[in-house]
Design a protein. Structure first.
Length: 488
């Protein structure tokens, strides 16, 4: 009797599994039919995007107001999705910000692509997900990768949810997951996945497709919005679409040397050899030579403060180790962040793991607080292995840290076009000014960023001599270099 019961339970489980699989196949088939059972599609309109954690170069709006605000406009946006290849390409006319600290914008070409090699779900997920985030690519992936079906909600609205997993694993060894939310009309309205990101942790990537329309026999969303970590990343307004274009494979050509969205796994970073320059008693500049992102460490009676954490976790770890050699037996209590751009926040996870409190301008508090306190199950870095809550002390316009013997002052530098969350640090005793992206090149006039900083420095009237930039200088720089660059 017991044996018969076990067999019956096993059969029931098998039938349930088969029924669920059949349900998923039905949902996929119905959704593909609603989209026209296409082999390829092209659509066009206008769009806008942003470099992650930056503001977008904009010929009519260069003032950065916050994280991803404003975004960069893309005119004549065209995208083709070829399910047979499979591949995805998108292009358009945009503008790029000038080099060397110039805020002038010049015409440029937007391109985003996924090659057939990158669309292989055993390859890096970061390179292929832009194909599978589309309604058509998602359904193709669901049909080929044993999707399961369940019920889900987005913003309180109920959907039929399909879920599947690519073969490739995250750095931590965990599986990636992608969900598609199907409405009552069998149209894909949302697709979401997660990607391990240095600052954002398990960063949620959400693509939303609304206002589906019939564009002369093919359905396509008139509005596409993608967010990353909850912040704007890409938007498109679609005004035309075509099913199965005969020239799909060549409709959007990749610029020379840019066949897709990346070139495979990232290279291992070169080993960092940290050296130090003594600037005063208990004050050191940390550097790795040409191309370095420099930090300054300051010794207080009971702790150490680090100004900037480097552009990567590896650099942050290396600077922490060097700090402990130079100033042993004192904790790194604070780390100052000059501004929230990715190359100036990259080392923060290493400092959060160390227990340091982040000092940042108030406009960055929400972004860094949410990002660094997101779970890191897809990563295997020092903060993922030693999870700690990120603690932040925000600076409005000015804040002074002093223990009676050592003082460091922080000032909000605004208005400047580069970021609305920029700060400079001033160390009165050694007459040092430390700043992020206001580089001065000897023999050259000041760039637009320095021109914006200069009146702020004049107003603050800080008695500084040494002028230290996060982006290392070939030789020590001084206040006189800044004034000379400004023609003073």
């Amino acid at each position: 009797m017991l044996k018969k019961l076990v067999v019956a339970v096993a059969c029931l489980a098998f039938l349930c599994g088969s029924a669920l699989a059949q349900d998923a196949k039905t949902v996929i088939a119905n959704a593909q039919k609603a989209l026209g059972d296409l082999q390829s599609i092209t659509y066009s309109g206008s769009a806008k995007d942003v470099a992650f954690q930056q503001c977008g170069a904009n010929s009519t709006d260069m003032q950065c107001r916050g994280t991803h605000d404003p975004m960069r406009p893309i005119n004549n946006y065209v995208r083709v999705i070829d399910l047979a290849a499979p591949l995805s390409r998108a292009t358009g006319a945009t503008n790029n910000i000038g080099a060397g600290g110039s805020t002038a914008v010049a015409p440029g070409t937007y391109f985003q692509g996924v090659t057939p090699q990158q669309a292989d779900v055993s390859q890096p997920w970061a390179n292929s997900l832009e194909f599978y985030l589309t309604p058509w690519g998602f359904l193709k992936g669901a049909a080929a990768n044993n999707a399961t079906v369940s019920k889900g909600k987005v913003n309180g609205k109920s959907y039929t949810m399909l879920t599947w997993m690519p073969a490739v694993k995250a750095a931590s060894g965990a599986s990636y997951k992608i969900n598609g939310y199907i409405g009552k009309d069998n149209l894909v309205e949302h697709v979401e996945t997660w990607l391990g990101e240095n600052i954002m942790g398990d960063m949620r990537i959400l693509a939303t497709y609304t206002d589906w329309k019939d564009f002369g026999g093919v359905k396509a969303p008139a509005k596409i919005v993608q967010t990353r970590g909850g912040w704007p990343f890409f938007e498109a307004t679609i005004t035309a679409a075509k099913a199965n274009p005969p020239d799909a494979a060549t409709l959007v050509s990749a610029p020379p040397g840019r066949g897709g969205a990346g070139g495979g796994p990232p290279r291992a970073p070169a080993p960092l050899t940290v050296t130090s320059e003594k600037l005063g008693d208990g004050v050191y500049r940390l550097t790795t030579g040409p191309g370095s992102y420099d930090s300054v460490i300051v010794e207080f009676k009971d702790y150490v403060m680090m100004l900037e954490a480097g552009q990567s976790v590896a650099r942050g770890v290396a600077y922490v180790a060097e700090t402990k050699k130079l100033i042993p037996n004192k904790p790194i209590r604070y780390v100052m962040n000059t501004h929230p751009h990715s190359d100036h926040t990259g080392g923060l996870p290493a400092l959060v793991a160390e227990g340091a409190i982040i000092i940042t301008q108030k406009n960055n508090e929400e972004f860094l607080g949410k990002a660094l306190n997101t779970p890191r199950t897809l990563l295997d870095d020092v903060l993922a292995k030693n999870p700690k809550k990120a603690k932040i002390e925000a600076v409005a316009e000015k804040k002074v840290y002093s223990d009676g013997t050592r003082t460091v002052e922080f000032y909000h530098t605004w208005p400047v076009p580069h970021s609305n969350g920029l700060m400079i640090a001033y160390i009165p005793k050694e007459k040092i000014l430390f700043q992020g992206d206001f580089s001065v090149n000897p023999g050259e006039p000041a760039n637009d960023h320095v021109k914006a900083l200069f009146p702020i420095l004049e107003k603050l009237n800080l008695d500084f001599d040494r002028y230290i930039n996060v982006h290392t200088s070939a030789a020590p720089q001084h206040k006189s270099d800044v004034w000379k660059a400004m023609g003073k």
